[in-house]
Design a protein around this ligand. Structure first.
Ligand code: OSB
Ligand code: MG
Length: 361
């Protein structure tokens, strides 16, 4: 059997800035397999640079091509693939790309939309927005527009020393559900700065300390009343259990692409529920393919907070799918067609294509 891969580069409508840098385009790795008339797709959440985590597009191609792809040759159940791939340490983003390819494949074999195939779904996702750092006037303008479009939660990116942004935004919008995401930019000596954020009535502070930390997050949680949300730190169900055990988290941003796929992400969501925590589904600036996986997962009953998956048009003037998502009153419905339900716009895919090839398994 063969897996096709496509590397595409799609320009963003506006640059996206976090504490780790500015991105001007999404360079995505897409995967496709065809078997018995069924076409399945997936997307790795890696990017060209190992800035959010240690993986990047090149390491994902290496892990998939040299180690992991052979485990899907008989198209096993996603959980069976994960069992087989246990010998490969880490590299969750690479594993997730194959694991989710199998979820799309099996839901299509079963002729069911992915969102129903994975578990109990409310049938729609509650949607929030993630707004990158920019000049304050520009951010306020984006927030104004997002609020009028019906987004259910506004998250702004922050960085150490940029806490003034939070004051400006809160002053301009005293009542919106607001959160901040530092992408691990703070150090333990910054506790007072973080404590200061308590005054802004935030839904939560996302990932103030680096991704390898749980201890300082647990210390912070004892010092502030704002809930703590973990993103980068939660790479497995085991990490989620530890985070709740030591009181390091109230909320988890689940990105199936970071956690190694849907099988492990479902466990994380259940652990959060057992511990009285909350979960929502984040994003990694995905194309329409990754976005469809995120919306399907975000529609599950287990996911109780609004996520980060905007309609495609927030990022791209033209995506690689013919059926971009539409948001109404802060809600996006997953596709009802079998699997992830996206229809690929081949012309658009070709236009953005940087590289393509096949992996034989
Ligand atoms: O930390 O949630 C994050 C984008 C790239 C890398 C990390 C993050 C983000 C976002 C954007 O916040 C979420 C999205 O709209 O896809
Ligand atoms: Mg985050």
């Amino acid at each position: 059997m063969q897996i096709n891969f496509y590397r595409v580069r799609i320009p963003f409508l506006r640059p996206f800035t976090t504490s780790f840098g500015t991105e001007n385009y999404r360079e995505a790795l897409l995967f496709r397999l065809v078997h018995d008339g069924i076409e399945a797709y997936s997307e790795a959440v890696t990017s060209p640079i190992p800035d959010y985590g240690y993986e990047d597009n090149a390491t994902a191609m290496h892990i998939i091509g040299d180690f992991a792809a052979k485990y899907i040759s008989d198209l096993p159940d996603p959980s069976v693939f994960m069992e087989r791939a246990r010998g490969i340490k880490g590299h969750n983003m690479a594993k997730a790309a194959l694991e989710m390819l199998l979820w799309d494949y099996h839901s299509k074999v079963n002729d069911q939309p992915l969102y129903r195939y994975i578990g109990k779904s409310r049938g729609y996702a509650n949607v929030g927005i993630s707004i990158g750092m920019a000049k304050i006037e520009e951010m306020l303008e984006q927030i104004e527009k997002a609020v009028s479009m019906g987004y259910k939660r506004i998250k702004i990116k922050i960085a150490r020393g940029r806490e003034g942004l939070v004051r400006e935004v809160r002053d301009a919008f005293p009542d919106i559900p607001l959160s901040v995401d530092a992408n691990g930019d703070y150090t333990p000596s910054d506790m007072p700065r973080l404590k200061d954020l308590d005054r802004y009535d935030l839904e939560y502070i996302e990932q103030p300390f680096p991704g390898d930390d749980l201890i300082y997050h647990s210390r912070l949680k004892k010092e502030i009343s704002t809930p703590v949300c973990l993103d980068e730190s939660i790479t497995s169900a085991d990490k989620a259990r530890k985070a709740f055990d030591i009181g390091a988290a109230d909320v988890i941003n689940i990105k199936p692409g970071r956690i190694g796929g849907f099988t492990e992400s479902l466990k994380v969501a259940e652990i959060a529920r057992e511990n009285g925590g909350h979960v929502w589904v984040g994003g990694m600036l995905e194309t329409g393919i990754g976005r469809a996986f995120n919306i399907a997962f975000a529609s599950l009953d287990l996911v109780d907070y609004p996520g980060d998956t905007s309609p495609n048009e927030k990022y791209f003037s033209r995506d690689i799918v013919k059926n971009p998502f539409r948001m109404k009153n802060g809600i996006i419905e997953p596709y009802h067609d079998p699997g992830i339900g996206v229809r690929i716009d081949e012309e658009s895919l070709l236009r953005y294509l940087v590289d393509a090839g096949t992996i034989s398994v």
